[in-house]
Design a protein around this ligand. Structure first.
Ligand SMILES: NC(=O)c1ccc[n+]([C@@H]2O[C@H](COP(=O)([O-])OP(=O)(O)OC[C@H]3O[C@@H](n4cnc5c(N)ncnc54)[C@H](OP(=O)(O)O)[C@@H]3O)[C@@H](O)[C@H]2O)c1
Length: 341
């Protein structure tokens, strides 16, 4: 049988129909986490990590805050970092009351070059050995690339890529020397494909995904495990910060609790990556099977601004704009999450 673009699976109409089927799957089944919460499966993690220290970046809200909650419940002590100190202080007090967790708060803007190093120096000065690094801090920028404030784009690259890489670099060495440790790098399902109008963000997550998997392969013989965590849409402030408040409405999304449970089960199983939820997993596979041109063209529908945003002067300090999204192009027979963030 000849394998041409006009037959079988790669035919556009069939691909779109297949995606449609995935999208209309029973939500309960489709959103079921890939790995289930089973108390017995916590044991190895507890044995390894109790009374040890985790560094959680982006601990002031969303997924990072839930990592802090969950790791504290497992008996870990925490270094919390983000910019908002008050949120972290409140969280630290709660964790101390509930679990007797020791929390060190280091408030820093990790977009600033040099601050990841400052963070590591501060941790060393407090005589703390990090057993688990949760590289979670990150944000997205949504809109036409050419009209995005240049500082925002460079901040995104600095935080989502450079800071994450530097923290992994500086903390993995001591882990390898000790012969144990873990790193969770928060990527995204967006890392499996290019996403128009979210171009730098999706590309940054592709970096995180590939970087993490490569480190997993390099470190696994040294007792250090690295996980790329790929959530789909999750109920956090993420889309508000990205300038598209309300985008999650009508989308199926996971809770931070589901995301973190999946991550910790996968870390324990020493997986190299995990996509949160069956539906997101299947969509991530389809994105890899379908022609790249089709995938990127489909992505245009999800974050396309309704009207062309006013051009900003590059280098000028301006308030971030709230993008309005063009829903007119959405087609009912297309899955709304072909592209999520
Ligand atoms: N929510 C989703 O749908 C989703 C899906 C896939 C992947 N993700 C990824 O999940 C991670 C966590 O996001 P989230 O959903 O939990 O969103 P979130 O609630 O907005 O949390 C983002 C965290 O990053 C911190 N952060 C942002 N800029 C920072 C900076 N310059 N320096 C230090 N910390 C900074 C924030 O703290 P401060 O503002 O206090 O600094 C906050 O704690 C991100 O990497 C995101 O890309 C999210």
């Amino acid at each position: 049988m000849r394998f041409s673009a006009n037959n079988l699976f790669f035919q556009k109409s069939r691909y779109v129909r297949l995606l449609g089927i995935v999208n209309t799957m029973d939500e309960g089944l489709a959103n079921r986490p890939l790995i289930h919460d089973h108390p017995r499966s916590l044991a190895p993690l507890l044995d390894t990590y109790a009374e040890r220290w985790a560094l959680v970046t982006g601990a002031s809200s969303g997924i990072g805050k839930e990592f802090a909650n969950r790791l504290a419940a497992l008996g870990m002590h925490l270094v919390l970092t983000a910019r908002r100190e008050d949120e972290m202080k409140t969280l630290a007090d709660e964790l101390d009351t509930r679990h007797g967790t020791r929390c060190e708060i280091i408030s820093l803007d990790l977009c600033v070059p040099g601050h990841p190093e400052k963070l590591i120096n501060e941790i060393q000065a407090r005589n703390i050995d990090i057993e688990l690094l949760v590289n979670n801090a990150g944000f997205a920028s949504v809109g036409t690339f050419a009209d995005t404030d240049h500082q925002q784009v460079f901040d995104l690259v600095q935080l989502n890529i450079a800071a994450l890489t530097e923290l992994a670099y500086r903390l993995s060495g001591p882990m390898i020397e000790r012969g144990h440790g873990g790193i969770i790098n928060v990527a995204s399902v967006a890392g499996f494909q290019p996403v128009a109008y979210m171009s730098a963000y999706a590309a940054s997550k592709a970096y995180v995904l590939h970087f993490s998997e490569a480190l997993w392969a390099e470190f696994k013989d040294y007792g250090v495990t690295v996980l790329a965590l790929c959530p789909g849409p999750t109920e956090t402030d993420f889309f508000n910060v990205a300038g598209v408040p309300g985008w999650l409405k009508g989308q199926s999304a996971h809770t931070p609790e589901e995301v973190v449970k999946t991550a910790l089960r996968s870390l324990e199983k020493k997986k190299h990556y995990v996509v949160v939820g069956w539906k997101n997993y299947i969509l991530s596979l389809l994105c890899r099977l379908a022609p790249r041109k089709m995938v990127v063209n489909e992505s245009r529908k999800y974050f396309r601004p309704r009207s062309k945003p006013k051009k900003k002067n590059r280098g000028q300090d301006t308030e971030p704009e709230t993008a309005t999204l063009d829903s007119s192009e959405s087609s009912d027979n297309l899955p709304k999450q072909t592209v999520d963030h």
